[in-house]
Write a protein that binds this ligand. Structure first.
Ligand code: GLY
Length: 381
């Protein structure tokens, strides 16, 4: 067991006044879920939203646990995948929930990854003008990022997450044992978001990951609990200061301005998943930081060594089949919903653990970073 870690459940509180809630992190949580969910329910009746990959693996365990605590439940299983975060699936889901007469005093439970969490949260925020919801994230990415902080929503043909609401859950249950059913690729994509917390604000956590990253990836429960706890604690601290992203919350977008452009260029298909885009995007943000004189090359090398040691960004042959173009990538960056008065917002770094927000990156330096990426991919193809 890595030093300073434990198999016991950990609780991180998101202190948002009357919207405050707990994130419970532990092993074997799903079979104990009823015990933790019951105290936050107004009425012992819930509707579970899941997908056709997660449902067959985990739904019965959750249902058994709710039965054991006398919570009445129904479930809705949606197709797995990003396409489910659409206006049509949202409309159908709302109709199904209304047909089932899900009332204002009931709660929705999101059992799944980011797609199910975002869609369920948005449905909860609008059903009968808002009902309670609980997040049970089943991927590393959703455990450390999307289930926490209340960003909910769906995609539009105009872009990702353009329709949505800030709407906090009543409880998050992050069962690290559920990560055992993830593919290595999904796990590593989520791990990129874990590394993000070290890079943006916590050098000691990055050092911890250098020592324990392999244990996190290979499934040691105590290491996973510690990694998820430290990640969500970092996120909770930021969300407490800036719930609706007027300022400091933008730090959580380290790697995302570049990453979203890469994702957009690949058409949000399977050739580059979100965490992979973020992993590449963080390297690009570091490159831009160095070009602008903020970051030392040795910090970049250290992060690259950690990527190599953990296998992050290994085996991404599908991105080599794409003809990348730096001008196109720049265009995608200007579509980002965080463009402010025509200016791109970047999260750059002064050192590992010290990121900052700026709109002062000149276009030619940004293009230089994009071109280096395009050349690197061409060289590796
Ligand atoms: N995923 C970034 C945020 O929640 O603000």
């Amino acid at each position: 067991m890595p030093a300073n870690t434990t198999d016991e459940d950990q609780i991180v509180r998101v202190p948002l006044g009357c919207r405050a809630y707990d994130i419970r992190i532990g092993g074997n949580l799903l079979s104990r879920a009823g015990e933790f969910i019951t105290p936050v329910l107004r009425r012992k009746r819930v509707a579970i939203i899941t997908d056709d990959v997660v449902g067959p693996l985990h739904l019965k365990t959750l249902e058994d646990s709710l039965n054991a605590t006398g919570v009445e439940h129904s479930s809705i299983t949606l197709p797995a995948g990003e396409a489910t975060k659409s206006m049509s699936q949202y409309g159908e889901l709302m109709d199904t929930l209304l047909e089932k007469q899900v009332g204002r005093d009931e709660a929705l439970i999101a059992l799944g990854g980011g797609v199910i969490g975002d869609l369920t949260g948005f449905a909860a925020s609008t059903l009968r003008r808002g009902i309670d919801f609980i997040q049970i994230p089943t991927t590393l990415l959703s455990q450390v990022d999307s289930s926490v902080g209340g960003k909910t929503g769906i995609n539009s043909p105009y872009g990702k997450n353009l329709i949505g609401a800030f709407y906090q859950p009543k409880l998050v249950l992050a069962d690290v044992d559920m990560l055992n059913t993830l593919s290595k690729r999904e796990l590593l994509a989520g791990y990129a978001e874990v590394v993000k917390y070290g890079l943006l604000g916590d050098f000691a956590f990055f050092e911890w990951l250098e020592k324990n990253g392999a244990a996190v990836i290979h499934g040691e429960t105590a290491a996973r609990i510690e990694a998820v706890k430290r990640s969500v604690q970092a996120k909770a601290d930021i969300v407490q200061k800036d719930e609706r992203e007027g300022g400091v919350r933008a730090l959580l977008n380290l790697g995302h301005t570049f990453g979203h452009a890469l994702e957009a260029e690949t058409g949000y298909g399977g050739s580059l998943v979100h965490g992979e885009g973020v992993a590449i995007g963080m390297l690009m943000a570091m490159d831009l930081s160095a070009t602008l004189g903020h970051l030392k090359q040795q910090d970049i090398q250290r992060v690259e060594q950690h990527y190599d040691a953990t296998g992050l960004l290994k085996n991404l042959p599908s991105i080599q089949n794409i003809i990348w173009n730096s001008e196109n990538l720049l265009k995608h960056m200007y579509q980002d919903k965080k463009v402010d008065q025509g200016k791109l917002t970047f999260i750059l770094m002064k050192s590992i653990g010290n990121a900052f927000i700026t709109q002062e990156a000149d276009t030619s330096s940004v293009l230089e970073t994009l071109e280096k990426f395009v050349c690197k991919i061409e060289a590796e193809a």
